[in-house]
Ligand binder design. Structure first.
Ligand code: PMP
Ligand code: GLU
Length: 396
């Protein structure tokens, strides 16, 4: 008999983004040309000065355990960045550096949630939120937002979802998977409800720097005085600096939460990678032109993707204010036959698109919203152009 897997892990869904990316890679390895729009990771190399800082860190012998919650210089760099960019005052002991923002989120949920606590998660949500909340025994309360509201949680929806067991609200702006962004006014209305019901807010701001013209990012903790005491801000270097493989992210939280996360992490992983942390300092404190260059290229692709979605009959999407995803409404193309194959849901649609046209996307279902497919435009224009021609050929 094979060993029995724990009940909590048996109930865990593997990450659909990673599953689709793996499928695409397997097909490529088998010799197929695949147009991969599945994974949200910048296709640029990590900028050279950041790699150089990592080499220098290794040469200087920074290849050992660091303090569990990260090295003081990196915590200070993060504090300084939030001070300069958003006017937020934090002490370095409020920052905990983790192995990527995903780990930072997992830590935050683990130290804050008890079984039975409710967490309000607006859908479409990033694939890992629900599963990471479930791992703690807490209950994800998914609230479906609407395309006509730009996929943003309204105050009324938020109020209706709150119960006596609600512990926290999870917000992601700019959003993965929709690209939508809350305005400071919208955030402050949501903040009022959080304050009224004494709720915590986890603000996933990993895409804070990837914001397009005409849109303005507001860090949740800034929109009302006193919010820092109830906000856990999640950030990191993965997306801004094309550093997904370095695994550096962080939480900024009230001091007692940060202390608990540091303690958890000391048992869990000892510390984040020493080399990654030195590279992250170079990223945050070094020249920022590399971010502008990558953002300009993402902006070009966003324009292209927006145009192509509008051109293809029956497809639509909300405006993407930030990040590098389009969440395409495919509902008009469901409930019909594609060369003899009946397609009724986003999962079958995405799998058939991959089978028939070699285009990898991620099913809306995995983000909690049926009738959609997510494409990542963190890939070359050439790849995007070919992929959209194939999507068009698939649906018409
Ligand atoms: N939050 C969101 C919304 C994301 O899209 C991602 C993507 N990976 C993460 C967190 C995790 O980031 P990291 O790679 O730093 O773990
Ligand atoms: N966040 C990226 C995505 O949504 C990377 C994959 C993952 O971490 O799930 O595609």
């Amino acid at each position: 008999m094979p060993p029995t897997i724990s009940r909590i892990v048996q109930a865990l869904e593997p990450s659909a983004t990673i599953t689709m990316a793996t499928k695409a890679k397997e097909l490529k390895a088998a010799g197929r040309t695949v147009y991969d729009l599945s994974l949200g990771e910048p296709d640029f190399d990590t900028p050279q000065h950041i790699c150089q800082a990592a080499i220098e860190a290794m040469e200087a012998g920074h290849t050992h355990y660091t303090p569990a919650g990260g090295i003081p210089e990196l915590k200070q760099a993060v504090v300084q960045q939030y001070q300069t960019a958003y006017g937020l005052e934090y002490a370095p002991n409020q920052v905990v550096v983790s192995n990527g923002a995903k780990h930072a989120l997992h830590n935050a949920f683990t130290v804050l949630l008890n079984p039975g606590d409710e967490v309000i998660i607006p859908a479409p949500y990033w694939v890992s939120y629900v599963e990471l909340v479930k791992l703690t025994g807490a209950v994800p309360v998914v609230v479906q937002t609407r395309q006509e509201d730009d996929f943003k949680l309204t105050v009324e929806q938020f109020r209706r979802a709150v119960t006596g067991r609600t512990k926290l609200l999870l917000l992601c702006s700019p959003s993965n998977p929709t690209g939508s962004m809350y305005t400071p006014g919208e955030l402050s209305e949501l903040a009022d409800v959080a304050i009224e019901h004494d709720l915590l807010v986890v603000a996933d701001e990993i895409y804070e720097r990837l914001v397009y013209e005409g849109h303005r990012f507001a860090s949740f903790a800034t929109v009302r005085p006193g919010l820092q005491e109830r906000t856990i801000t999640v950030g990191g270097v993965s997306k801004t600096y094309a550093m997904t493989g370095w695994r550096i992210g962080w939480t900024i939280s009230p001091a007692n939460v940060a202390k608990a996360i540091g303690g958890l992490q000391s048992q869990e992983t000892s510390c984040p990678s020493s080399i990654g942390q030195y590279a992250a300092i170079a990223a945050i404190c070094g020249p920022q032109e590399c971010v502008d260059v990558m953002l300009a290229e993402f902006a070009r692709r966003r324009e292209f993707v927006t145009r192509r979605i509008a051109e293809i009959s029956g497809l639509s999407c909300a405006e993407m204010g930030g990040a590098f995803y389009a969440f395409i409404n495919i509902s008009e193309h469901l409930g019909r036959s594609y060369s003899g194959v009946q397609i009724d849901d986003s999962t079958t649609w995405c799998l058939e698109l991959l089978n028939k046209q070699n285009v990898a996307t991620v099913m809306g279902f995995a983000f909690g919203t049926e009738g959609y497919a997510r494409v990542s435009f963190a890939t070359s224009m050439e790849n995007l152009a070919a992929a959209f021609d194939r999507i068009e050929a698939f649906v018409v």
